[in-house]
Design a protein around this ligand. Structure first.
Ligand SMILES: Cc1cc2nc3c(=O)[nH]c(=O)nc-3n(C[C@H](O)[C@H](O)[C@H](O)COP(=O)(O)OP(=O)(O)OC[C@H]3O[C@@H](n4cnc5c(N)ncnc54)[C@H](O)[C@@H]3O)c2cc1C
Length: 400
């Protein structure tokens, strides 16, 4: 099969776009460096906006792939200030859900394979890209079978931040900076918690996130000030678990103490918030984290990546199918996504300032928040911030 489109990176953005293109008869090659999706630790939260993107794309997730998060609890300075139950929010409320990302990606790849217009190179790392004056590209790929070259008539980079495609297309990047890093790990789920619980524990300049996963575990994110992981890493497992224990509320601290042996090896997410200026160039396009790296605040990265794929398909499918001007179509994608990205990235910067700030004003803001913030799912959903984080900033609808 000679591919019309070559996509680098089978994350949510690349895999969904591959499905949307191949299912509309456009020959698509997907190149992915991992041979097994289970081997990467990735984002696992889908907001209603991301769930809707999948539903529109015709992707139905099985029960064991998706866990609705029905119970939200927020603690600050030792006081519970949010205790929200999605069931009380009314019948049409679609709660955020934990998704098994490896299963989602396997599903997308299997659906694409069934179209007959798709092929996947797994375990193939694109190491270098040569661009030609006519807009085509040559990818230098390394796999267990050795080194090879792939000629890409149209190249889509969906290979995340710092990606090889981003470097090759050499666009300008606007970096918003980020004051936090996140230490991610998983552990046993607390027996006493309702299934589908998410808890946020703030105070004393730290934030702990504990969220049920679709595979029955507890995913924990320990949000720390950027650059302080070195200190943490220099300590033994027992020492850093003791430090973590100090920041949990009493119930979670008890759970961590009793099940410390189930804690998986921690993974540091060096948080970045940036946006490429100029996603499209002749014969090439960037989407997903390759075009805009998202902070993990508010669980937006996967949703935004899926919504990029929908908008990209809306523009590219007609151009490829009708022999239209593909570069002109691709140039419309960034303007259609820019507003949502700017608003979400600006909003993502706010909570860390309050939660992690070391000045007196930040401590005061935390005290005020713990006293006065009290909300239900309905209120959160109705607030401006809630609506934007849950539903997205602009309407995104699949039109092809
Ligand atoms: C630990 C962690 C936790 C996160 N938590 C959340 C969360 O809870 N909610 C949320 O919404 N977001 C979260 N995020 C962010 C979210 O995972 C990303 O924003 C989202 O996955 C972006 O999708 P993508 O398809 O653009 O890129 P990715 O999912 O990063 O996929 C890129 C793919 O490209 C492949 N690749 C990279 N380089 C090459 C190469 N040279 N050759 C071939 N293939 C290559 C990678 O193996 C990968 O499969 C988290 C991220 C991490 C790392």
């Amino acid at each position: 099969m000679e591919s019309r489109v070559t996509i680098v990176g089978a994350g949510p953005a690349g895999a969904l776009l591959a499905w949307l293109l191949s299912s509309r008869g456009i020959e698509t090659l997907l190149v992915e460096r991992q041979s097994d999706f289970e081997r990467e630790f990735r984002g696992e939260i889908l907001m209603p906006s991301g769930l809707r993107a999948l539903a529109e794309a015709g992707v139905e997730l099985a029960k064991d792939e998706l866990l609705p998060l029905r119970f939200f609890e927020g603690w600050m300075n030792g006081r519970a200030f949010i205790q929200a139950d999605a069931d009380a929010a009314g019948g049409d409320f679609l709660p955020p859900s934990a998704v098994s990302q490896p299963k989602l990606l396997e599903r997308l790849v299997a659906m694409s394979e069934a179209t007959g217009h798709f092929s996947l190179e797994r375990g193939a790392t694109v190491r270098r890209i040569e661009r030609s004056a006519d807009g085509s590209s040559v990818l230098h790929v390394r796999s267990d079978a050795g080194d090879s070259k792939v000629e890409a008539r149209y190249l889509i980079g969906a290979d995340r931040r710092g990606a090889v495609t981003r470097r090759a297309l050499a666009p300008r990047v606007r970096n918003r900076g980020a004051m936090l890093d996140v230490v991610w790990f998983k552990m046993a789920y607390p027996e006493a918690w309702q299934p589908g619980t998410a808890r946020f524990v703030g105070g004393r300049g730290q934030l702990l996130i504990a969220i049920a996963t679709a595979d029955g575990l507890l995913q924990m994110g320990w949000v720390i000030l950027k650059g302080t992981f070195g200190d943490l890493k220099s300590r033994s497992h027992d020492e850093w678990v003791a430090e973590l224990w100090n920041h949990a509320d009493s119930e979670l601290a008890d759970h961590i103490g009793r099940h410390a042996e189930t804690i998986t090896r921690p993974f540091l997410l060096n948080v970045v918030s940036d946006r490429v200026l100029g996603w499209a160039s002749p014969g090439a396009l960037l989407i997903g984290d390759a075009a805009h790296t998202m902070s993990p605040v508010g669980g937006q990265g996967v949703n935004i990546a899926l919504r990029d794929a929908i908008v990209a398909a809306n523009e590219l499918v007609p151009a490829f199918s009708n022999g239209g001007d593909v570069d002109a179509a691709a140039a419309r994608i960034e303007p259609a996504r820019a507003r949502e990205l700017d608003v979400i990235q600006r909003m993502q910067a706010m909570p860390p300032r309050v939660m992690l700030g070391t000045r007196g004003i930040h401590a005061l803001a935390r005290r005020v928040a713990s006293r006065f913030l009290s909300t239900s799912f309905g209120q959160a959903r109705a607030s401006v911030g809630g609506r934007l984080f849950f539903d997205g900033v602009v309407d995104v609808e699949l039109t092809v």
